[in-house]
Write a protein that binds this ligand. Structure first.
Ligand SMILES: [Zn+2]
Length: 192
């Protein structure tokens, strides 16, 4: 203030900067406190609202599937049907006499091959494949679709689908059935 020495000014400016930085840090600290007090709760309310909305939507979807007699959801159905279209490019050969294990491959040799296992209940009650597509999604792959076409098994049947995607295995399924006023499907004793 009193003196216009460059050193002093520089020092003064830098100390002002430091002060304002300190103020900001303090402000940021307060802001963080405010966030923990209020906004985190609001955020949680918001997130739990989203979860509740999603649950309500899932239930309403399941109910509409039940009413239509669908046994799996539309997104699974879309992927599965698309794989079935891609199966047109595939050929397959049985791996053994039993014809329960098949090798499926593209005509042109592109893409990896698929080792498909047909269901053999009760050990394996769905069609399975060793490809990464099936092992990651558990939705019938093009290889499975090609084999089903070859052996003339009904492809779009619940017995083909991995239990994970069967609507009746969804956690909200029984409640939805009850809320629709339908008889709850009898299941073997629940082991809690
Ligand atoms: Zn496959």
């Amino acid at each position: 203030m009193q003196c216009s020495s460059t050193h002093f000014t520089a020092g003064h400016v830098s100390s002002q900067r430091a002060e304002s930085m300190n103020a900001r840090i303090k402000e940021y600290g307060n802001l963080k406190k405010e966030l923990t007090k209020y906004n985190l709760n609001q955020l949680l309310d918001h997130l739990s609202g989203i979860v509740q909305d999603q649950e309500a939507k899932t239930k309403s979807d399941i109910k509409s599937y039940i009413k239509k007699g669908n046994q799996w959801c539309k997104s699974v159905d879309d992927i599965w049907k698309n794989e079935n279209i891609l199966a047109n490019d595939f050929d397959c050969q049985p791996r053994d006499q039993s014809k329960l294990i098949w090798h499926a491959f593209r005509h042109d040799g592109a893409e990896g091959s698929h080792e498909v296992r047909l269901p053999t209940p009760p050990d394996l009650d769905y069609a399975s494949c060793n490809c990464s597509y099936f092992t990651s999604r558990l939705i019938p792959c093009r290889g499975i679709c090609a084999v089903y076409f070859r052996v003339q098994n009904p492809l779009f049947d619940i017995s083909t689908l991995h239990p994970r995607w069967r609507l009746s295995n969804y956690p909200q399924y029984d409640i939805c059935v009850q809320e629709l006023g339908l008889p709850v499907p009898k299941q073997s004793t629940d082991c809690g």
